[in-house]
Ligand binder design. Structure first.
Ligand code: DWN
Ligand code: SAH
Length: 406
């Protein structure tokens, strides 16, 4: 039994994927003997309703000067963050004379560039030094640290309080969320807001998108579990807005308790979560069964194609795919290569099962008959780009929400 990182109550482990490597640990063959493995297990806390990993990897093993994920690899995500920034400015900056925005997990500046370019006071907090440097190169003020309460207090002392505190796909990465929330509480002006988004538990359950579960994602949030967390810091969820990105995300808007009106969306979504069974342990047992079924279906498809002598490649060396390849046992015998546009991943091998990662040019030059879409969350963008491949008879294989061929 493991204690909930939010409530301290015992969690109920409902799924184990077995031994897993670091999801973003793309490596060279010479480093195979030193590859780090841990047990990937997920639990549910009946007290806080928080779904979470029950064994964690040290953050310094995941976020460092060779971090492999650069946010600006997706055009659609750049557009998403442009609109995100615009809505924050329009909704929350109107009455502020010299607004100040802080973002954690700011990566290569995909969101903050929109504030920097508009001359708005900003600060990025990004522990992975290489992506932080990419942001600085674009003129975005960034410090390379892990955000917590201490860092927050220092920022307040040096720069004053913030109008908006932003976080996209990072809050769910931080196990010490009480320290983070205490820091945000001190950092926000009286009318200041925390706006953050992460993959939504409701979507993960409904779509069996089990590949969202990997070392970096310590939590799988719902409106209910976020309300439990923030209420302990005298903060309040004032709005929730579903987002289509990353396979289904939720944006949470949070303010000091009583400082702003609460939208009807909050109660509505809470009721939806109850209906969906997110507070019923049986839902998670069923999810575990669906995950096992998805694995069987995918292996049947890949083994069938192999027997027919078809060539199968993959598209997008995602963090998520590390869970799929290691849990299903998919190595270079079933998937020839993974095409990815990120230079730091190219020429390396995927974590655990060691599939070669190649530049897109390799895919384009000699395309396989079938392509497993590991970056299924970017399907719209990728299918539009690869129209010619499909017109020439190439097929995409997907496994969310069910295993199917396009
Ligand atoms: O939460 C997280 C999200 C935001 O990003 C992090 N923990 C890590 C990372 O997760 P991921 O690696 O699963 O993210 P993506 O955005 O699904 O990764 C897409 C990958 O596919 C990147 O390596 C870039 C690549 N790609 C490509 O080769 N061609 C992407 C597109 C759109 C393309 O056209
Ligand atoms: N916001 C970007 C990047 C998400 S990847 C996007 O949505 O595309 C998660 C990022 O959070 C990584 O760049 C990682 O280095 C950063 N991170 C992890 N722990 C953090 C912490 N404690 N404080 C600030 N950033 C953190």
């Amino acid at each position: 039994m493991t204690k909930c990182l939010i409530s301290g109550a015992e969690t109920e482990t409902f799924l184990s994927f077995g031994k897993m490597p670091i999801a973003n640990g793309f490596l060279e063959a010479k480093d195979y003997p030193n590859e780090h493995f841990f047990e990937l297990k997920v639990g549910y806390c009946p007290e806080s309703k928080m779904v979470q990993l029950t064994e964690l990897v040290d953050e310094k093993k995941m976020f460092h000067e060779n971090y492999a994920f650069f946010s600006s690899t997706s055009r659609r995500m750049a557009e998403h963050f442009r609109r995100f920034a615009e809505s924050v400015r329009e909704t929350f900056f109107a009455s502020s004379e010299d607004p100040f925005v802080v973002e954690i997990g700011s990566n290569d500046g995909i969101m903050l560039q929109n504030f920097a370019n508009a001359g708005i006071r900003h600060l990025g907090i990004e522990p992975s030094a290489n992506v932080a440097q990419a942001a600085r190169d674009k003129g975005i003020e960034t410090i390379s640290e892990f955000f917590d309460q201490k860092v927050a207090e220092r920022i307040v002392a040096q720069k004053g309080q913030a109008d908006a505190f932003l976080a996209a796909n990072v809050m769910c990465h931080i196990p010490y969320l009480h320290s983070v929330m205490a820091g945000i509480k001190t950092l926000l002006k009286p009318k200041g807001v925390l706006v953050f988004e992460d993959p939504y538990l409701g979507d993960i359950i409904e779509k069996t998108s089990y590949d969202q579960i990997y070392d970096e994602h310590a939590f799988y949030f719902s409106v209910t579990s976020i309300e439990y967390l923030v209420s302990r810091h005298d903060l309040e969820v004032i709005d929730v807005i579903r987002q289509p990105v990353h396979g289904g995300s939720m944006r949470y808007v949070i303010g000091h308790k009583g400082a702003r009106p609460v939208s009807e969306n909050v109660g509505r979504q809470r009721a939806f979560e109850d209906q969906l069974g997110l507070h019923d342990p049986e839902t998670y047992r069923k999810f575990a069964k669906n995950v096992a079924q998805s694995k069987n279906d995918l292996l049947e498809l890949l083994n069938g194609l192999k027997r027919q002598g078809q060539r199968v490649g993959a598209y997008g060396a995602t963090s998520k795919s590390t869970t799929v390849t290691n849990y299903c046992g998919i190595g270079p015998d079933l998937v020839e290569f993974i095409s990815d546009t990120t230079p730091i991943k190219q020429g390396k091998f995927s974590p655990g099962t060691h599939i070669p990662v190649v530049p897109h040019e390799v895919f384009a030059k000699n395309p396989p008959s079938h392509t497993l879409l590991f970056a299924w969350n970017h399907a719209e963008e990728i299918l539009a780009k690869e129209q010619q491949y499909r017109e020439n008879g190439g097929k995409f294989l997907l496994y969310v929400p069910k295993v199917h061929t396009l």
